[in-house]
Design a protein around this ligand. Sequence first.
Ligand code: DP6
Length: 332
Amino acid sequence: MAENAEPLSITAEACANIAFIKYWGNRGVGLNLPLNVSISMNLESCVSRTTAAPLSDAADDEFILNGRPAEGDAARRVSGFLDRIRETTGRREKVRVSSENNFPFGCGIASSASGFAALARAATSLFGLNADETELSRVARLGSGSAARSVMGGFVELLPGETHADAFARQLAPASAWPGLRDLVVVVSSEEKAAASLSGHSLAATSEMLPGRLSAVPARADRVRRAVADRDLTSLGEAAELDALSMHAVMMTSRPALPYWKPGTLAVMEAVRDLRRGGTEAYFTIDAGPNVHVLVEEENLSRAARVMTDELGFRTIASKAGPGARIVESSP
Ligand code: DP6
């Protein structure tokens, strides 16, 4: 083999993440430029493993998701993303992308964040783009806004921006900064959500609640940054709950409305409040779906999980803060 032969395939891994301050609403269309800052933690237990390999003489990219060829919107989204990287690098090869999640599909954890962060890492490397983490977060953002945050490890913020260059992620603290924090996903429903967040973002501006939310987020984000630095679950949890409710108020009042909650969502929210009333610190946050994430310290994890499983009958997945996107295999 020639000394500088190009690799035939590159495999990268990245974690999903849960936002304490939510990203909801874009500026313009096409570049996923967030209206507000968002802050999240990577989920160590929820990982996408994505391989990118060049296809010689193929007319189209191929996308294999969890072992099955994907078509339609999912395949177009991956191909459109690869086009952006091809435009930047001047490369033309089509690519076979195979992606697997170690967490069940439709379990309320956005696989697009982990999937596009892993694909950004693998595909930029395959096309010889020497991107540092900041640049990689910009590239990942083009696939899925929240994917920008999965590029870096631990606790990460995504800055809002008016241009592609402005909107990038930066690490607030590594995963090791808060080893006892746990996120428990409570799977209220594993049905696939009706509308991808990507199209929901454009409805944010139709809600009369949006201006109120946007004016409140900067101070709340400051509180979350301080809470992460101080490992202060009370402050983090209160801010995260309020932020999730504020985002869902926007969703529920947009036209058309996006009412994501199910009866089980409200049952979990109430169970979390009950845990608190009983002296166990626990807080909820909810993404664009009916499932609930519960934030607790390690010593309260099993109590919270027991309530969700034994009393409410829901499946759970627990995570601590996880690492950033990384290449795990490169061949030959
Ligand atoms: C509610 O545009 O990143 O999860 O459709 O999964 O690509 P995908 O979502 P994205 O929006 C994420 C919205 C959110 C809040 C958040 O993660 O900040």
